[in-house]
Design a protein around this ligand. Structure first.
Ligand code: BGC
Length: 831
């Protein structure tokens, strides 16, 4: 809802006045300067009007700050798929509060989150970074997160507005989607967030929708978002997404990021001067940027939206709580919880030792520490339980940066030393700015020096990861002197998914070796106008052959009471910038699970992936526990959940297929630049429910706890119609009574679906209309009160949103396919 005189507070009025006063003092050039990134992450200050430098930071799974490297660590929370799997809005809000706390600590005023695109095809490369296939769940979790962040006085930019649901040709793809589908699915989470949580920003996507780029989409930006929904925040471009001065300015794009080279600034001044853009349009953009600055406390004379310091939060404890609540138990024959502790446990899998805590790309953050799975399980199991470890199968394709401190020398022309930087490992990642404020134009080469202390004698592997010219020396001897090339087409691909060259070296554990990696920068180093240096020196200790690793793991599993096999995706599989080729687990992990399960009847498989993978062995193991990308407290949460200290609280936010060929929506490759959303409303569980034959492996909403629940009663009633209360006001209420029939206390996620009576093939059979999480002790009952919003009874038609009066079935369920109770409800015709 737009602000009306009735609901504007004194602070709002004072803020607006301060904004108008500041605007009146600016000439055209100064206004245009406000709209263009000064560098990679900030908008410029203007001391003349008391305006501070406004800093933005990624992102959805932690706040990285202005540097993209481990030297500025952050709390790494679980992946957004995990947060959505909690279905817990209080937890989402607290996670938002933590992001605000982190942003404040790092001097950031805007968090570039949450990602609220939908899981359309399971191949979407950023699936892990978005919430769900369902628009209601996505909107609810997104709104809760936005509230949490903004209550901490920090702005958000729900992204990527809109229909940015896959990565192939992501900068240019033209998504073709009909208006009803756009409204009911892809715009729906944004609308819920804008109307309910009033974000102070939104990020315009790279892609086009029906032929018009999202940075210049006047109809969606100015029409739908601002006029219809009353959005009063800023619209910021996705990085490098602003491409046309005039169309963007008229299309309602307020901020072009990053800088300093943008289509705004002096280009916008010129466009006004020669009459292509009216100055009032620039005023409207500048006004919104000043309002944002005022809200986050950067404009003198304007009260910040939040003045009281928020309550401090324990970030590690919260990251652990979210992780455990998100872990989704898909199957359990009673082996879990491991209670009391078994005599011996085998922990197997490469990521059991090196957990994959987050997905790749701009959502990446660097935690101070990670609680590994081995460490977490060791401290959770009784001391009397023997715990063994075996790699089993290592699907990683790339080598990790060498785990030794290193020194980077920044070299200018003629190899003059411009400065040095200490690195925690062998990775270099400088974006937009260099250590010591050295200018990108001065920098010609970077030389990384470190010392490798081999743990084992044998054939070590060293890797050069990056693009361009490199020279690698070990103990003064050259190992490589040449070019490493990126073969893909994504302009940011060499940074997000760099190529790698690997070299072997025989080493003795008694003899440390000096390593030097020199990288000569190409003359046009950087990405779309901002400076970028990104490469790494990778290393791997000698490893047994793949067959040997498997044999060792199987032998260990055969000799223990319980085998816990951790399988998952790799950074090549789940990352921004690329879509997935398929859903099979990489490497020989399926073989590993099968062989372990064949020798140990108590095999628990832990799936460490941010998005669906195929699990062809799922019926042959005792339990399957999905941990998503669990963030920095991975092992601590796993230890607690496996041993039953905490119950796994997750429910799938997206349907998991059994076979690739069954997926209702698979294709992400545009044809002639266009990606047609021809399936319309039928994505996710509604699409699966329309298909004869193919059932998924696990349905949307599915997940087990450690207790059992009986659904005992469902009462539904209509709430009074109040058109003025907006589309999210309750139009009906369902009260669901559930009994904990198990032996321990637990939590239940009660889902309420709404199914229109009669056969209307144009709309899904049922859709999630509300949900609530309840708790109860053994034998106790709990009551879930679930409000069903007016919007759940509406469809988009010729006249806009139209109420569908008549009969409905309200269903109380444990998943989209596990319906427990049903009740009839009749919606009277609109008066
Ligand atoms: C991503 C955004 C991100 C931005 C800044 C873009 O490539 O799509 O989600 O916020 O980079 O890192």
């Amino acid at each position: 809802m737009g602000s009306t005189d009735r609901n504007r507070s004194t602070d709002d009025i004072q803020r607006e006045r301060a904004v108008e006063d500041a605007l009146a003092k600016l000439d055209l050039a100064a206004k245009a300067a406000l709209l263009a990134g000064a560098d990679m992450w900030s908008l410029p200050a203007n001391p003349d009007i008391g305006l501070g430098r406004l800093v933005m930071s990624d992102g959805p799974a932690g706040v990285r700050g202005e540097s993209w490297s481990p030297d500025d660590p952050s709390i790494a929370v679980p992946s957004p798929t995990a947060l959505a799997a909690t279905w817990d809005l209080d937890l989402a809000r607290r996670t938002g509060a933590l992001l605000a706390q982190e942003a404040r600590r790092k001097g950031a005023h805007v968090v570039l989150a949450p990602t609220v695109n939908l899981h359309r095809s399971p191949r979407g490369g950023r699936h892990f970074e978005a919430y769900s296939e369902d628009p209601l769940l996505t909107g609810e979790v997104g709104a809760a997160l936005v509230r949490g962040v903004q209550e901490g006085g920090v702005a958000t930019t729900p992204k990527h507005w809109v229909a940015n649901d896959s990565e192939t040709e992501r900068y240019t793809v033209d998504v073709r989607v009909d208006e009803r589908t756009l409204r009911e699915l892809y715009l729906a989470p944004f609308e819920a967030i804008v109307r309910k949580a009033r974000p102070w920003g939104l990020m315009a996507a790279y892609n086009q929708v029906n032929g018009v780029g999202m940075c210049e989409n006047d109809r969606l930006n100015n029409g739908v978002l601002r006029e219809e929904w009353g959005f009063d925040g800023v619209l910021v471009s996705d990085w490098t997404g602003a491409r046309d001065t005039v169309r963007d300015a008229l299309g309602g794009l307020d901020i072009a990021m990053p800088g300093p080279a943008t289509v705004y600034g002096e280009h916008l001044v010129a466009a006004v001067r020669d009459g292509r853009v009216p100055e009032q349009a620039v005023d409207a953009l500048a006004r919104r940027v000043l309002l944002l600055a005022a809200r986050v406390g950067l404009l003198e004379g304007a009260p910040a939206a939040v003045t009281a310091a928020p309550e401090p939060l324990d970030g590690e404890a919260l990251a652990r709580e979210v992780a455990a609540r998100s872990f989704t138990l898909l199957r359990n024959d009673g082996v879990l919880p491991l209670d009391p502790g078994p005599g011996s446990v085998a922990l197997i899998g490469a990521s059991a030792n090196q957990a994959r805590i987050g997905g790749g790309g701009s959502a990446q953050v660097f935690p101070t520490r990670v609680v590994g799975l081995l460490e977490g399980l060791r401290s959770a199991l009784p001391a009397s339980t023997a715990l063994g470890y075996a790699v089993g199968a290592d699907p990683a394709v790339r080598l990790a940066p060498i785990a030794e401190p290193a020194t980077a020398e920044l070299l200018g022309a003629g190899d003059t030393l411009l400065g040095t930087a200490e690195l925690p490992d062998g990775g270099v990642r400088w974006l937009g700015q260099l250590p010591g404020r050295i200018g990108f134009d001065e920098l010609c080469a970077v030389r990384v020096r470190t010392e490798l202390r081999p743990r084992t004698t044998g054939l070590h592997r060293l890797a050069v990861r990056g693009q361009g010219r490199f020279r690698l020396e070990a103990g003064g001897r050259p190992l490589f002197d040449g070019e490493v090339r990126y073969e893909g087409t994504d302009p940011a691909g060499a940074f997000l998914n760099p190529p790698e060259a690997v070299f072997e070296l025989e080493l003795l554990s008694t003899e440390p070796v000096r390593l030097t990696l020199r990288h000569d920068l190409p003359p046009d180093s950087g990405f779309a106008g901002f400076g970028l240096v990104s490469f790494a020196l990778g290393h791997a200790e000698p490893a047994a052959t793949a067959d040997r690793l498997l044999d060792e793991a199987v032998a260990l599993a055969a000799a223990t009471d319980v085998a816990v096999v951790v399988v998952g995706t790799t950074e090549e599989v789940e990352s921004e910038g690329v879509d997935r080729a398929g859903l099979a687990l990489p490497g020989r992990q399926d073989e590993l699970v099968r062989r372990v399960a064949a020798v140990n009847p108590r095999t628990v498989v832990v799936v460490n992936a941010g998005a669906p993978v195929l699990m062809p062995w799922r019926e042959d193991v005792s339990a399957v526990l999905l941990t998503w990308f669990p963030g920095q407290e991975a092992g601590a949460a796993l230890g607690e959940v496996l041993t039953g200290v905490r119950e796994p609280g997750g429910r799938l936010p997206t349907t998991w297929p059994a076979e690739e060929g069954d997926c209702p929506v698979w294709e992400v490759q545009p044809v002639d630049g266009r990606l047609a959303y021809d399936e319309g409303l039928f994505t996710g569980y509604p699409a699966w429910q329309r298909r004869a034959g193919a059932a998924p492996a696990y349905w949307f909403g599915h997940g087990l706890g450690y207790t059992a629940w009986e659904y005992e009663g469902l009462d539904v009633r209509l709430c009074e119609a109040d058109a003025a209360a907006g589309p999210y006001a309750a139009r009906a209420e369902a009260v669901v009574r559930v009994r904990n029939t198990g032996a321990r206390a637990g939590r239940e996620t009660v889902q309420v679906y709404l199914a229109p009576d009669g056969s209307d093939r144009s709309r899904p059979d049922r859709r999630l209309a509300g949900f609530a999480v309840v708790e109860a002790g053994p034998g106790e009952t709990a009551e879930a009160r679930v409000e069903l919003p007016l919007r759940a009874f509406q469809t988009w038609g010729e006249q806009g949103w139209e109420l569908r009066p008549g009969g409905y079935t309200v269903e109380a369920a444990r998943s989209a396919a596990d319906l427990r109770l049903a009740a009839a409800l009749t919606l009277p015709p609109q008066d």
